[in-house]
Design a protein. Sequence first.
Length: 398
Amino acid sequence: MTASHVKRAFKYRFYPSDAQAAELSRTFGCVRKVYNLALAARTEAWTRQERVNYNQTSAMLTVWKKTEELAYLNEVSSVPLQQTLRHLQVAFTNFFGKRAKYPRFKSRKKSRKSAEYTTSGFRFRDGRLTLAKMTQPLDIVWSRPLPEGTKPSTVTVSQDAAGRWFVSMLCDDPTVRPLPATDTAVGIDVGLDHFLTLSTGEKITNPRHERRDRARLARAQRVLAKKAKGDGANRRKARRKAAKIHARITDRRRDNLHKLTTRLVRENQTLVIEDLTVRNMVKNHTLARAISDASWSEFRSMLEYKAAWYGREVIAVDRWFPSSKLCSTCGTLQDKMPLHVRTWTCDCGTTHDRDVNAAKNLLAAGRAVAACGAGVRPQRSSPGGQSAMKQEVPRREP
């Protein structure tokens, strides 16, 4: 990987003036309207066994702007409107490629408020960003500088449910380069009592961010539930208060995950994890809240893209591999291992900590995967399959 090929998004908070906030709110509304119109047109064409692509929806946009009903689309920059049509094209490409469900209409209340600008839709000079249709630059809080000598290729402006404004700049980051190779490898077992247990024996505490604010969040949600339905000012205030608590929980969780994954990638050449199906695991209503708060999927995603950045390897072991029931010393497989059993003694006389033993087995299985030439992400899209420890020939990818 060459450094020039690494594109990285730098996200900053900004504080718009009243005029800028009004302009961006109009842009969000127009983006949502164009997306829904194009989706409706493509859906209707599909019922007639016709295919509509991006170029055709772009021509439709030109026609819509000339109508009296949709003339207000001319009041905002055309760049975000074209970009939302490209996003819809990507959504259909993923749908036909069976990588996603059929695109859904955007909701005024629930959908993310965002608009994407390409280079023709903004000006970036001397560290000041000015968007199309605006006379003044955005008041950005530069929490960290952009890489020296780089300029953003795209800019995405968004507003979250808590009312905070953010701008995300996509840039080439020449500072991202492979780290010096090492011979260290680590097995990583995720859990709830401890967020991570490493094959080295280290246990990393589960911070349980949601539990810390659970009482405050419950009070805010009760207040919101008692407000009259609709767009009343009191309901908006109550909704905003609950959203701020959610945002604080999310920010803390993401910050902890970034620090943890960066540390693991810097210290280890090979990282072995378990290929868990979190989507199915959260169907267990007893553990769903704790699993969602732990955010195992986000941890894996961060680990994988940072490993790709810095020249590390992430190996995902088959989800059916019995890491907890297998003795890491003699290889004996136990018949049962209920969740409440945290320590156990094998027939060979070795007493195991359940999580440390699982991490050690994952590390051994990961080395077997590497030796057999199995994929880095086995069984991610389809259940079943043979344990990585028992593979003798590489599997064909689904």
